[in-house]
Design a binder for this molecule. Sequence first.
Ligand code: PHE
Length: 359
Amino acid sequence: MDDLSTIRSEALDAVQAAADLGALEAARVAVLGKKGSVTGLMKTLGGLAPEQRKEFGARVNQLKGEIEAALDARKGSLGAAALEARLAAEKIDVTLPVRPVAEGSLHPIGQVMDEVGAIFGEMGFTWADGPDIEDDWHNFTALNIPPDHPARQMQDTFYLPSRADGTPMVLRTHTSPVQARTMLNKDVQKRLADGGSLRIIVPGRTFRIDSDATHTPMFHQVEGLVIDRTTHMGHLKGCLVDFCRAFFEVDDLPLRFRPSYFPFTEPSAEVDIGCSWKDGELKIGAGDSWLEILGSGMVHPNVIANCGLDPAVYQGFAFGMGIDRIAMLKYGIPDLRAFFDADLRWLRHYGFSALEAVR
Ligand code: PHE
């Protein structure tokens, strides 16, 4: 009897006194563990006479239940207290200003490629690409510039060592070889045969032996190509007018189509946009001056045939535009060479934040 009430009050005191979950577990082991006080009482039951065992057993069981309930209750309140303490300690002040994060910026070339891609994307063009190191056939021959053709001198080419099989290699002098690569693609040919159309833009790097304030040996172009059965010069004109007005953000921007010559287009046109100069500053828009920004034309039937399509069935237009050039014009960047100097001060000044890049 005494034994029971002592064990009871000691156990309940220990449970109440437990200051954390570790102490509570120690209190539980002292009572209900293998060598615990209540466990010890249970072990004595076997030696008792049957009536005694029944009566004493019931009381031990009741005690055990009472202590277990106290353990549970204490566990609950210790857990709640621990949570309270964490909430109090980990309070954050949401009114504090954020720490500045060092932010990178987008190079104007990447920004302008994205802008060009977004505008042509809305017109149904998809983005295509090809290798910077190109074979002579794709860069020239497929585009109606055979080996001894004087037009090869129009572009000052970086020649590379030939491939093992003798194929002459170059750094591509324009993005036009991707016209040939795309028309030769079997899936594209199938889509055209099924009555579909081909519309791609090809933004990418190009290379020519040239260097001054407006020329660098590596520069960027965006090629455009549309092929189907009905596209004509009117579409070429409409497409480029729409593009230039959207890109330069001048709704009534005048365009001038000048007859020109490229071996891979017939007829060919160079395209100028209207502008004016005031106090040495350039303004894009209707004015008394013109700036040349791209070459274009109807794809030459020889090119269509060289790429495995029937020129009696398929036709379309192509254009090639200098990305660096339109970037300089739109964003007032005076020297092309600075684009490729990797000068952080220049990039911080002319670069774009990534958020502005999404149009
Ligand atoms: N490839 C030509 C150049 O680099 C531009 C061009 C492309 C002209 C497509 C007509 C058609 O000068």
